[in-house]
Design a protein around this ligand. Structure first.
Ligand code: UT7
Length: 321
């Protein structure tokens, strides 16, 4: 049987840091409100002109170094992003060129905060079917470029960054199972209501994110509890078989609710939301990289990753390291 296994992780954060206290000078908010309602203390922000491929490149190089693979070993590149450099070519093609990789398929996928779970699921399928042997999967975002910095409902929540993994063919799993879902009927609750089709202009209809946060929050909590159970039981495992939860980092209260449902103590949950904020498709691979590099996640342990985001999209994946 062919399976896939994560053999290296990497991440990269832009240098510029924006603290809650900095935000107090921009909108009507307080450090105390942000920490209490979200768990966020600070976030990293790209400087003008810094693109998601600028963040993805060092993250990918870190993952490839950890995996000890060379550019010519990579035969598939998938980038999950909501904030691509250009309409086209895809950010994956831009990364491919920057890494000196030629000829392999390279494409972006768009599933907002669930993007990394979608991308890794697709890469796993490519490897299981024999269409690829060694995939580079990246989640990268410059959400600060689509934030309305006058809107306190959203601007305090998001940050920029990139995370990457190298996924290689293996004789045993690796990726045990994954579940991905979407329901487009909730589009208005979380969206950028501007773009090529519906039009945009810098003054009247800018490329800004809008969110009905409280409604998203309730839906996210319910859905993440369900998807966690669905994923674990589809692998014929129980909650006791899971050593780590690496959740999408949107809000500490959502993460705590999922951990409670799984009966996992918070020491078994990888949390980066305080330092990174919500980095959408980048949040899970960055959190994974942090917990692998600091030695928390060890060989042989099972990790559940789960995410929820605009679309709505949601998904979870069970991985053995
Ligand atoms: O990653 C993809 C999915 N995204 C998410 O999962 C995010 C889900 N939503 C959330 O995390 C939370 O709903 C938020 C953090 C966005 C908001 O927390 P909440 O507890 O749901 O607050 P709320 O929206 O119900 O607002 C409570 C109050 C409101 O004031 P009133 O109407 O009660 O007077 C808001 O106007 O808090 C006010 N508020 C703020 N106050 C200070 C909203 N934003 C801020 C702010 N600073 N930044």
């Amino acid at each position: 049987m062919r399976y896939s296994k994560i053999i290296g992780t990497g991440s990269y954060l832009p240098e510029k840091v924006l603290t809650n206290v900095d935000l107090e000078g921009i909108v009507d908010t307080t450090d105390a409100w942000i920490q209490e309602r979200t768990g966020i203390v600070k976030r990293h922000i790209a400087i003008p002109g810094q693109t998601c491929s600028d963040l993805a490149e060092p993250a990918a190089l870190n993952a490839m170094a950890a995996a000890q693979v060379k550019p010519n070993n990579i035969d598939l590149i998938i980038v999950a992003t909501t904030t691509p450099d250009q309409v086209f070519p895809s950010t994956a093609c831009i990364i491919q060129q920057r890494l000196g990789i030629h000829g392999c398929p390279a494409f972006d996928i768009q599933a907002v905060c669930t993007g990394f779970i979608y991308a890794l699921t697709i890469a796993d399928q490519f490897i299981r079917t024999g269409a690829a042997n060694c995939a580079l999967v990246i989640g990268t975002e410059v959400l600060s470029h689509i934030i309305n910095w006058q809107d306190r409902n959203t601007c305090v929540l998001f940050g920029d960054g990139a995370g990457a993994v190298v996924l290689k063919r293996a004789t045993e799993p690796g990726i045990i199972t994954s579940k991905i879902h979407a329901d487009g009927s909730y589009k208005e609750l979380l969206e950028v209501p501007a773009g090529i089709g519906v039009g945009f202009d810098a003054v009247n209809n800018p490329l800004y994110m809008t969110m009905r946060g409280n409604e998203v929050f309730k839906f996210a909590v319910r859905t993440l509890e369900r998807i966690a159970e669905e994923t674990i039981s589809s692998a014929n495992l129980t909650r006791d078989d899971i050593q780590w939860l690496v959740p999408h980092q949107a809000n500490i209260r959502i993460i705590q609710a999922t951990a409670r449902k799984l009966n996992l103590p918070m020491e078994r949950v990888v949390i980066t939301v305080a330092e990174h904020g919500n980095t959408s498709a980048a949040s899970i691979p960055m959190a994974l990289d942090v917990a692998i590099r600091d030695g928390r996640i060890c060989q042989g342990e099972r990790v559940l990753m789960e995410a929820f985001g605009g679309g709505f999209t949601w998904g979870a994946m069970l991985v053995k390291f």
